[in-house]
Design a protein around this ligand. Structure first.
Ligand code: DX5
Ligand code: ZN
Length: 226
């Protein structure tokens, strides 16, 4: 099973929102993507940032943006994030009745398209849609808040997705989000994840860039079976 080199995406949800540009620069040299959590207080109870902040932040860094939309009606809002220059735009399966159509819209707007699967959603009904997507984000917590405890049972979905990707020779990143830290990233990598979102484990560290490098090293080691 060949898996591409791991991506580490720090989540700014755990950063200081009053100093966002500085917080992004603190990981710029070490991170692969910047994970941007958009929450609308409807799809999830929490509320974060929206398009104006993403547009301003886009001008402040070279890092590719991995936008994770935890919002209702993504068909209406998601393409705006692609237009704003996001590298990847992920929306939730639970919030969208035609995920393939929205994936097409995102790709035509110049972004990669991501499908997110929340804690209580099975993966099986979505496997056949994966050729339309570039990333699959499997929540390893219930979406909505940072700092929650990783749920190892959810890695079964990662294993299922990895087998499906390998069998179909799909070009798809399998991303995990929630509770990813030095003590959990190896098991996620062994299950077949190749992109890792980390909020608290990066921005809660004394040296966020070093925390990113350490996480990547742990994921690499686990993926190579060492
Ligand atoms: C939560 C967000 C996550 C969050 C993860 O719904 O999607 O990206 O930032 O935070 P940690 O790494 O602290 O679990
Ligand atoms: Zn996220």
């Amino acid at each position: 099973m060949t898996v591409p080199p791991p991506i580490v995406a720090p989540s700014i949800l755990a950063a200081d929102f009053a100093r966002l540009a500085d917080e992004v620069r603190a990981v710029e040299e070490a991170a692969d993507w910047l994970h941007v959590d958009v929450m609308d207080n409807h799809f999830v109870p929490n509320l974060t940032i929206g398009l104006p902040v993403v547009q301003s932040l886009r001008a402040a860094t070279e890092l590719p943006f991995d936008v994770h939309l935890m919002i209702e009606d993504p068909r209406r809002w998601a393409p705006g994030y692609a237009d704003a220059g996001a590298y990847n735009v992920t929306f939730h399966a639970e919030a969208c009745d035609n995920p393939v159509a929205l994936a097409k819209d995102l790709r035509s707007a110049g972004a990669k398209a991501g499908l997110a699967i929340d804690r209580d959603t099975p993966i099986e009904p979505y496997l056949e849609l994966l050729p339309s997507f570039d990333t699959l984000l499997i929540m390893t917590i219930k979406a909505g808040f940072g700092g929650q405890r990783f749920i190892p049972e959810l890695l079964e979905k990662v294993r299922t997705a990895r087998r499906h990707v390998a069998a179909g020779h799909l070009e798809l990143r399998i991303e995990v989000d929630g509770g990813i830290a030095a003590d959990t990233i190896a098991q996620a990598a062994e299950a077949g994840a190749d992109a890792f979102v980390a909020g608290t484990a990066v921005y809660g560290a004394d040296d966020p860039a070093e925390a990113v490098r350490r996480l990547r090293a742990l994921a690499e080691r686990a993926a190579s079976g060492a």
